[in-house]
Design a protein around this ligand. Structure first.
Ligand code: MEV
Length: 313
């Protein structure tokens, strides 16, 4: 017998980095998933087979973080590797890159496979908690938005509870799914380092940071409303504003800015960095398959691995 599990990839539509400080953010699961198979037998320790597709170098760069993540998930779920040995195999169609929720999907898929293998009967909430512990191996102090989107799927409005109580998690339904393009800069970023740098900037100049967060709070308020009303031009504009705020907190770079511009020049209603930044991915809002193809091709032709996806499914 083998235990099986999977976790969605995700993209953040509004609020990466700001979400760490307890303001709302919006993320969407994407259709691509990481899968995990766990086989247990008598013995000790675990063997890891990581067959996930990747942006070159991603898995090697993240290997040490992944080891801590696996340890955290196993400990949280009460798996004792002194008397049990595990064969853990990751796969799936989610191409691992910074910004696409690869670490979260890794942790969620593992938690689900362990749950299945040992018949623990854990519900989504507990799986999400286990994945959050795993995410600490990758991020240090994750907000929890990535593992939440990866566990529950759909479009998730998320507020981190800074007092340690339960986070606010609301699933949003859209009238119909919206086409989105995700494209990779090819650079792998270290989330803990980038989040740490932003925190340093905040501490050096709290008033400046507070001003940016205030601007962002308008963006997320209007962004949620616009999405729920399917006012997509407005959603795009607000994504652009969100990108500017991310530039201000120094998580964009020249490559990402060029990609964002290319997407907009080709008709995207809005484009922004998504996730950690300083590498990783951008997203572009491209309602309708024709516009989606156009933006996708432009980014691909410029040498960026790109994916077509839907949000709000
Ligand atoms: C990373 O996908 C999102 C960040 O906001 C970090 C976090 O929320 O834990 C940068």
């Amino acid at each position: 017998m083998a235990g099986k599990g999977s976790g969605y990839g995700k993209t953040i539509l509004f609020g990466e980095h700001f979400v760490v400080y307890g303001v709302p953010a919006l993320a969407s699961a994407i259709g691509d998933t990481t899968t995990c198979v766990v086989e247990s037998k008598e013995g000790k320790g675990y063997e890891l087979n990581d067959n996930r597709p990747e942006i070159p170098g991603y898995k090697e760069k993240k290997f040490n973080e992944q080891k801590v993540a696996i340890k955290n998930v196993l400990e949280f779920m009460g798996v004792n590797l002194e008397g049990t040995s595990l064969k853990i195999t990751f796969g799936g169609d989610l191409v691992c890159a910074s910004g696409v929720g690869a670490s979260a999907a890794n942790c969620v898929s593992l938690a689900r496979a362990i749950n299945d293998e040992f018949n623990l009967g854990w519900d989504n909430e507990k799986i999400n908690n286990a994945a959050y512990e795993g995410e600490k191996g990758y991020h240090g102090t994750p907000s929890g938005i990535d593992n939440t989107a990866s566990t529950f799927g759909g479009l998730v409005y998320f507020i981190r509870n800074l007092k340690g109580g339960p986070n606010t998690i609301e699933t949003i339904k859209l009238e119909k799914p919206i086409e989105l393009v995700i494209a990779s800069s090819g650079m792998t970023a270290n989330t803990a380092v980038v989040v740490g740098d932003v925190r340093k900037k905040k501490e050096e100049n709290p008033e400046w940071f507070e001003g940016i967060v205030k601007e962002y709070q308008e963006v997320i308020k209007e962004g949620r409303e616009a999405l729920e009303n399917m006012e997509l031009e407005q959603v795009g504009k607000l994504m652009n504003t969100n990108h500017e705020l991310l530039q201000k907190v120094t998580v964009s770079n020249d490559v990402l800015d060029k990609m964002v511009k290319l997407a907009r020049d080709n008709g995207a209603l809005g484009a922004k960095v998504t996730g950690t930044g300083r590498g990783g991915n951008i997203i572009a809002l491209t309602p309708g398959s024709e516009l989606q193809d156009k933006v996708y091709n432009a980014l691909k032709d410029a040498g960026h691995p790109a994916w077509k996806t839907l949000i709000g499914v």
